[in-house]
Ligand binder design. Structure first.
Ligand SMILES: Nc1ncnc2c1ncn2[C@@H]1O[C@H](COP(=O)(O)OP(=O)(O)OP(=O)(O)O)[C@@H](O)[C@H]1O
Ligand SMILES: [Mg+2]
Length: 247
């Protein structure tokens, strides 16, 4: 059960975005996926759900590759591009279309609108959504099929403080129900309040795969401090590193 990433490598042209990466994401807890810009987090997540084809290696969700899942949206909910909804379509219509396409009951649309706090925005066109509303709509789509696994790429981005508190509660509740919850984020202090386990990558390779406690309180440091120490040598795009900035 859970997600298994097995010796995954992905090359784009001459760039290795992910290099021989292996780790497991266990059900029943929230796992944070961390790493500097360009580390390969999104590539890994897209590879897990078959949006990217690994150069070598594989990924399994509850024991099967995503492509073999019989009802993917019932098994895996994803947020990989928060702007996926058609701009001229109202949020509620977008959800109804996805629900109808996948045979989910119409009442599930109302349920996910409630779960994501989109009641007042449901009749607004997606193109008029703020970043945070778009995130909530993306999460609503991910939840439509009541999936056992959630793969969310930077879901906290753009949420206001109330939204951040809301999503922490949502993710904890989903994990407490025994689901697999895997999310990437750069918001480390927010993340530290919700994750049980942390996977850190840098330059496409695994740097750490450990319980939050082992990285933080046991070592007497915050998640930010742990992260900076772990990724010091793996940062590809450091502020001020550009040639122009140095002169
Ligand atoms: N479609 C693509 N074509 C070519 N190169 C790509 C493509 N997608 C990603 N890359 C490259 O792969 C590497 C990993 O990118 P990726 O988006 O997976 O990183 P990330 O960890 O998600 O970064 P961020 O924190 O900025 O979201 C980068 O060097 C990036 O430029
Ligand atoms: Mg990314």
């Amino acid at each position: 059960m859970g997600i298994q990433v097995q010796s995954l490598s992905k090359r784009y042209g001459r760039t290795w975005a992910v290099r021989d990466l292996s780790f497991e994401v266990q059900p029943g807890r929230v796992t944070g996926f961390l790493g500097p810009n360009g580390a390969g987090k999104s590539t890994t997540m897209r590879s897990i759900v078959g949006l990217d084809r690994p150069t070598t290696g594989a990924a399994l969700i509850d024991g099967a590759p995503y492509a073999r899942l019989r009802a993917p949206l019932r098994e895996v909910g994803t947020l990989l591009d928060a702007r996926a909804a058609h701009r001229s379509r109202r949020a509620v219509d977008h959800l109804r279309t996805v629900a109808a396409t996948h045979g989910f009951p119409a009442k599930r649309v109302d349920e996910v609108i409630g779960l994501t706090g989109l009641e007042s925005a449901a009749r607004v066109k997606a193109g008029k959504f703020s970043l945070g509303m778009g995130q909530r709509l993306g999460i609503a789509v991910a939840l439509l099929g009541d999936p056992h696994t959630l793969i969310l790429d930077e879901p906290v981005n753009g949420l206001d403080p109330e939204g951040v508190t809301w999503i922490r509660g949502l993710l904890s509740a989903l994990a407490a129900e025994g689901r697999t919850v895997f999310l990437s984020s750069h918001l480390l202090s927010e993340l530290a309040l919700v994750v049980d386990h942390v996977v850190v990558i840098g330059r496409g390779r695994l740097i750490a795969d450990a319980p939050l406690m082992t990285l933080t309180s046991d070592a007497g440091r915050t998640l930010e401090e742990a992260y900076i120490a772990l990724t010091r040598d793996a940062v590809e795009y450091r502020a001020g590193d550009a040639d122009g900035a140095r002169s």
